[in-house]
Write a protein that binds this ligand. Structure first.
Ligand SMILES: [Zn+2]
Ligand SMILES: [Zn+2]
Length: 271
């Protein structure tokens, strides 16, 4: 399994960066986990967008789904997606229409969003949308996908992708919680948010500090820990050391273009 970070910014992009998006590839199958603002452009550096088999959305916050809009325009209007020859491309009777899995209520929200400029079914025309609801398990090509609801400001699901190469657990956005510790138990790679320089001072909690991300990884027994969803305005050395102290081991910081391979390359040779 090959995991490529397309975007690791929080709700506002790093300079030159993108919000949440992770490309997961296994045996030729491609899954895009989250599609936040900036992700579509980053995806194009790594894989042809018509060759993405499915997109999974963890929750309906803009920084996790907003680039479904330009992605839908590409699938609708790119010359090679047209039924008749145009722009130097032959016509096609079978334009790409990737599957799209998003939490319950997604269809209504997507229609509401695109109806603001009079194109209500933009996203559902471009993608084959299915809404999921927590306990669902999916088999997508060579991988199995499971969801675990985690506490955040809107209904949010941590996502597990398990394939022949190993098991990835993605926290999505969440406050400290036991569900994620159990869900990520002994996972091969825990990709976990570490948004905050300190816990929220008021209101309900919705995110983790690097130390809380490290603590979650340690308690879950995650074999490898990568923190993400932090701003380039946060001191990365500080974040790494806070997370590492709590994890009691080395912690990696997600960066755009980073690739993680499961099993770890070092293990492939059997050394
Ligand atoms: Zn977010
Ligand atoms: Zn969020």
């Amino acid at each position: 399994m090959r995991i490529t970070v397309l975007g690791k910014s929080p709700a506002w992009q790093d300079a030159g960066g993108a919000c949440s998006g992770y490309l997961v590839e296994e045996d030729g199958y491609a899954l895009l986990v989250d599609c936040g603002n900036g992700v579509f452009s980053k995806l194009r550096h790594h894989r042809d967008y018509v060759d993405v088999d499915a997109v999974l959305i963890s929750h309906l916050h803009a920084d996790h789904f907003l680039d479904l809009v330009p992605y839908s325009y590409a699938l609708s209007y790119a010359p090679r997606q047209q039924p008749v020859a145009v722009g130097g491309w032959p016509g096609t009777d079978s334009p790409a229409r990737p599957q799209l899995y998003a939490p319950m209520g997604a269809g209504g929200l997507f229609r509401q969003l695109a109806s603001a400029w009079g194109d209500e079914d933009l996203i559902e025309r471009a993608f084959e949308l299915s809404e999921y609801d927590g306990p669902d398990e999916l088999t997508l090509g060579p991988v199995n996908v499971r969801f675990c609801e985690v506490p955040h400001y809107t209904r949010t699901f941590a996502i597990e992708v398990r394939g022949p190469g190993g098991r990835l657990t993605y926290s999505a956005d969440c406050s400290p919680n036991e569900q994620l510790v159990r869900f990520a138990s002994e996972t091969d790679l825990l990709l976990i948010e570490a948004t905050l320089p300190r816990p929220e001072r008021t209101g309900m909690r919705g995110h983790l500090t690097p130390a809380e991300a490290g603590e979650t990884g340690r308690r879950a027994g995650a074999r490898r820990l990568v923190i993400t969803h932090f701003s380039d305005e946060l001191d990365s050395d500080w974040a790494r050391s806070e997370a590492g102290a709590a994890y009691r081991g080395p912690v990696e910081l997600a960066y755009e273009g980073a690739v993680y391979t499961l099993p770890d390359r070092a293990e492939v040779g059997g050394a």
